[in-house]
Design a protein around this ligand. Sequence first.
Ligand code: BGP
Length: 464
Amino acid sequence: KLKDFPDNFLWGASTSAYQVEGAWNEDGKGPSVIDMANHTEGVTDFKVTSDHYHHYKEDISLMAEMGFKTYRFSIAWTRIYPAGSGELNPKGIEFYNNLIDELIDKGIEPLVTMYHFDLPYTLQEKGGWSSRETVDAFENYARTLFENFGDRVKYWLTINEQNMMILHGDAIGTVDPNLENPKKELYQQNHHMLVAQAKAMNLCHQMLPGAKIGPAPNIANIYPASSSPEDMIAADNYAAIRNWLYLDMAVYGRYNTIAWNYMEEKGYIPVIQEGDMEILKSAKPDFIAFNYYTSQTVEASRDNGEEAGHTGDQQISVGEPGVYKGAKNPNLKVNEFGWEIDPAGFRTTFRQIYDRYQLPLIVTENGLGAFDKLEEGDIINDSYRIDYLRQHIEQIQLAITDGVEVFGYCPWSAIDLVSTHQGSSKRYGFIYVNRDEFDLKDLRRIRKQSFYWYKDVIATNGAN
Ligand code: BGP
């Protein structure tokens, strides 16, 4: 018999600052690595996006209309500290104060990501995550967030998808691809981010005894492409490198053995300063948040040559000679962007994470990117999105029935926003924002079919 979703289950949805706010250089905001990056041809920049910065009241009232219990958003580090550290920008504090107050006023629990890809550009120029200075800057930024918003924010997320930033370093642009060994540099950055995260978790617990904090990686279960033992080892290796490295560190403060061996073999071992391992061990998350869009299938890397893994992981190539190689999963359908759709893999992912760590889980991203069509009479019939979300919600309920402790679900995204690599025509929201890739039109908000459907899901606590 299926178990019900718990009472007080945190139904909501997610966004991130650079993808939704716009106002990229207003009210004292400094530039981030995202603002300074070259954008893919034919794809818009992040200057205006959905202009949530100026529409936040209207947007929150639509979220309240859907019945949101929580809203996961990120704070732009460069609004608080335009140069990453040093001078504080009071206008930035003011904006998030207003946003948080508005949420609380509408009965919506704020769920705050401290850092979602948008590293301050000034820090990047000084070495970014390759430099210890960024660890200090993050700790200082974290303190400022806890001081200013900790009286109202109970749930904190440290770093969004740190694993994706490391696995696909070219994607966010924190590492120079022309370096002799960019991957080694990425694992150094990884170590620094892990230390920064541990410090932020400790600080949160010291400063805000009632608050809860956790990491927010992208976790996906990994299938072997066949039942051959070599493929199974490849899948296991990839799971360690992609998933467990990050969560083992966040929860237990130790490097995952398989991932460590891989790093050693490839020459990626980072410099570890005295005291780092103690800091890492001392910090404990209160929960694990994770993002899930798709699963990943890998096979053994058989020819050991210059083969690039070809498919998967949110369209970014997967593979490392001699270790694993991305493969298509013939059992799964794909979305318009080629991402494999795997609701059952969602349940498996819950079970795996809970089995390893026994911490409460919350989903901070899950969703379907699609080219929505605005029809006569302001209708957007996104039945494909409803199907995707319904199937994934069913799997959460199965995971809950399996005994997994799940306390919230925040699909991506609350409102249409600009995709990290594929622009504004790739939409995820329950709320349509009227703009084209390069034509801002009137940025009007329009309720999609999925808006009404999700409202019902929330009203019935998951019976959809
Ligand atoms: C996750 C990111 C989000 C968002 C999402 C969808 O990896 O945390 O910021 O972008 O993926 O991806 P995309 O925008 O590429 O469709």
